[in-house]
Design a binder for this molecule. Structure first.
Ligand SMILES: C[S@@+](CC[C@H](N)C(=O)[O-])C[C@H]1O[C@@H](n2cnc3c(N)ncnc32)[C@H](O)[C@@H]1O
Length: 264
């Protein structure tokens, strides 16, 4: 079990999170928009919307976006972002990914970016996404991931994430993601696992999560002492000003709820 719930972590983290828009985040958002194939009449659900970056980016492309999150403080930041962007077709609601507070077959698309690693049950979330999507509707996910068949790298990175943010549960491999999506009944259309091209600053990354003191020092120590396989996988490097940079692997996937079959 996580040492802190997502609600506790993100209520505490909201101002730090919202203050930083990081270039390393922009590629996943661009991928999701490109693969969403949005129509102006669409209704989309952004699960774990956080400060609303994804919901506000989707809003001009569709009729309505609902942003859902367990953290009231993050939703406040999201409402401020929508107001500042002059976006009127986004509504934000409190709720959990594992029990979506919506009827069945009501959304054209469900998107979830950089959040599933916090979910208590990803299979439960996938089943709920399937339920609320109309037949033919699309599920889009982007998240931090682990290489398949590299248990040492997998354990190192998940422990780092846990030290930085006690609500972290697990970054899943692409094999695990295939299992979640297929297991819920979706037809997987595209799955990519790539390092983000923009290096992440360790200093900024810790600050974004409000991680400081002994926990931050321990994360830094582990980066400095990372085994060669880890250094290579995440392109870990020291900078002249004493910071450390790295590139996590991102998974991006697109899947569809099958159209209903007419029985003859
Ligand atoms: C990194 S932020 C989300 C980023 C956001 N999706 C974006 O595109 O910028 C992670 C969010 O997941 C939310 N969260 C974590 N577990 C959740 C759950 N089980 N259900 C709904 N939201 C959850 C947290 O409250 C937090 O706001």
């Amino acid at each position: 079990m996580p040492s802190r719930t997502s609600q506790e972590q993100f209520d505490r983290q909201a101002p730090h999170y919202n203050a930083q828009w990081n270039a390393w985040n922009s590629e996943s958002l661009a991928w999701l928009i490109e693969h969403a194939d949005c129509r102006k009449s669409d209704r989309w659900l952004d699960v774990a919307t956080g400060a609303g970056f994804t919901a506000v980016a989707f809003a001009p492309l569709v009729a309505e976006v609902t942003g859902l999150d367990v953290s009231a403080a993050m939703l406040n930041e999201a409402r401020g972002r929508a107001r500042a962007a002059g976006v009127a077709n986004v509504v934000f609601e409190t709720g959990a990914a594992e029990s979506l507070p919506f009827g069945s077959d009501v959304f054209d698309g469900v998107v979830c970016r950089l959040a599933a690693h916090h979910f208590v049950s990803v299979p439960r979330f996938a089943a709920e996404a399937y339920r609320v999507l109309r037949p033919g509707g699309r599920l889009l996910i982007a998240d931090t991931t682990e290489p398949d068949d590299a248990p040492g790298v997998d354990a190192w990175q998940n422990q780092i994430d846990d030290l930085r943010d006690g609500s972290h549960i697990r970054n899943y491999t692409s094999a695990e993601w295939r299992g979640f999506v297929n297991g819920a009944g979706f037809a997987l259309e595209d799955l990519q696992q790539v390092p983000e091209s923009v290096p992440i600053s360790l200093r900024d990354w810790l600050q974004k999560a409000g991680c400081e003191g002994p926990a931050a020092a321990e994360v830094r120590r582990r980066f400095l002492e990372a085994p060669p396989e880890v250094v290579q996988t995440f392109s870990i490097a020291q900078t002249a000003d004493g910071d450390i940079t790295f590139q996590w692997l991102r998974i991006a996937l697109s899947a569809r709820k099958p159209e209903m079959t007419v029985l003859g």
